[in-house]
Structures are given as C-alpha cells and as structure tokens.
Design a protein around this ligand. Structure first.
Ligand SMILES: C[S@@+](CC[C@H](N)C(=O)[O-])C[C@H]1O[C@@H](n2cnc3c(N)ncnc32)[C@H](O)[C@@H]1O
Length: 243
C-alpha cells in the first residue's frame, strides 16, 4: 500500500471515464489501470470477505465456484482451500483475471482454474458444493440471472455465500436493519457512477430462493471518506434438498 497506488485507484474510482459498448468492455475499461493496485485498496474498502469465507462449511473433496472472483483475493482468505477438489474463479474482466492467474501460478494451486466467463451464463459442467459472490452481485446488471445460475449449478443442499453493499427497503421486518432516507438515497446514486448498484432487492430475493443459514448486516468505513459508512451484508444460504 502506498499513496501513489491509492491515488491511481482514486483516479479510476472518481474521475476516469468508463468506456465501452458492452458490459465486458466497461469492466475492462474500469479495472485495466487499477488491476495491480486492486488488492491493497479493496482490502480496506470491501469488508467482510474474510469473515464470510471463514464462516462457510469446507467443501472438502468438492467444488467451489467464486463468481466474479476478480484477482482471486478470496483464495487467500479461504481456510479450507486446499481441501477442495476443484476451484473456479469466474470473471468477465481480463485485467483482473490476469492478476488471478499470476497469483494461482505463484502459489502453485493446481486445483484452481481462473476462467474468463460471464457468470450469468457460466456452466462449470458438474454440480458444485459452494458458490460465492463477494462484491460482484452489485456489479452484475442482470444480477438475478447470476443468482439463478448459481442456484442451478449448486447440488441439492449446496451452499451459497454472498457479501456485498446494499441498502434496506423503506420498511423492513422488525429483526432487520432499516437504513434512513439519506443512506437509501445517496449510496445507490453515488456508487452507480462506478457501475456498482447497491440494491434493496438482493436480500429479499436471496431469501426467497435459498434457505437462510445466516445473515449479518453491518456498515464499513470508506477510505478517504470521513463520517459516511457503507452498509453491507453477509448472507449464507442453502439450496433446498427438494425443489
Ligand atoms: C468489486 S469486484 C469484486 C471482485 C472480487 N470478488 C473481490 O472480492 O475482490 C466485482 C467483480 O465482478 C466482476 N463481474 C461483474 N460482472 C460480471 C459478470 N457478468 N460475469 C463475471 N464477472 C463479473 C468484475 O469483473 C469484478 O471482478
């Protein structure tokens, strides 16, 4: 982490225009200039990834697909990585996947496959035991298709783990966090400039499609932004044994 590295990231987050006619081109345009600085800055911005991975059951002898896995930072935080038979890091952004490939080859993780793919259509070719999305769902325009793809690839009883930014609905059940008007209004508009879309619908949709195993709601500080904290959730769900 250095000031220069932070300045490069801030330039891309705040000022550099995102270009491209397709979703993949826009992702490449956004991330190409910050791919090598990504991990250091996102470690301070994208909270809860380590906690999520540590809370997930080890898919021992099984398959884990990290959807929108980017640089593969989650691989470092999964305490049970070596117990997996196969791990796929699927992502649509070539510059981030290049960092992932370098990481995987440097660490000698032979069971890990970085795959260039759109996760709304990606098919791993066999039933999987664990699917994760960390801060990727908010960047996928057709996020509901990505959730449905995850559900389709999971074996019955398989686990899904998600951590991401969100905002609450105006009215929420009594045991849920309710965000005030300013948070509900400001966060989606502000984050949308980087094509990140914190949604009030992710959690209700996830809970309608999976059995809830665990849900945590929290807020995280944003580097260089005093006072304002971004709400995020960690959701662990299970695909029902019988549909
Ligand atoms: C904020 S980054 C998070 C990356 C990583 N999961 C992490 O926690 O560091 C969002 C990721 O979602 C990926 N992404 C967005 N839309 C995608 C899609 N349709 N298919 C695959 N990956 C996608 C981006 O390329 C990017 O790597």
């Amino acid at each position: 982490m250095s000031l220069l590295s932070d300045l490069r990231v801030l330039w891309h987050l705040l000022l550099s225009p995102i270009r491209g006619d397709s979703h993949a081109e826009r992702l490449n345009s956004f991330y190409a200039g910050q791919a090598s600085d990504y991990d250091a800055f996102r470690a301070r911005l994208l909270k809860g990834r380590g906690e999520l991975l540590q809370s997930l059951p080890a898919p021992t002898g099984g398959v884990w697909v990290d959807m929108g896995g980017g640089t593969g930072a989650n691989l470092e935080a999964a305490p049970w990585l070596s117990s997996c038979r196969r791990v796929v890091v699927a992502d649509l952004c070539q510059p981030l996947l290049d960092v992932c490939r370098e990481r995987v080859s440097h660490r000698g993780w032979n069971q890990v496959e970085p795959v260039l793919a759109d996760v709304t259509t990606y098919d791993p070719g066999e039933p999987v035991d664990l699917v994760t999305f960390s801060y990727s769902l908010t960047m996928i325009p057709d996020w509901f298709r990505a959730v449905e793809r995850a559900r389709a690839m999971l074996a019955p009883g398989g686990v899904i783990g998600i951590v991401d930014f969100y905002v609450s609905r105006k009215y929420v059940p009594a045991d849920r966090v309710r965000h005030g008007w300013l948070t509900r209004s400001l966060i989606p508009v502000w984050f949308a400039t980087d094509n990140v879309h914190p949604s009030r619908d992710h959690l209700p949709y996830l809970e309608s499609r999976f059995e809830t195993v665990r849900l945590d709601e929290a807020r995280a500080a944003i580097p260089y932004v005093p006072l304002l904290k971004a709400p995020y959730y960690r959701f662990v769900g299970r695909k029902p044994l019988h549909d």
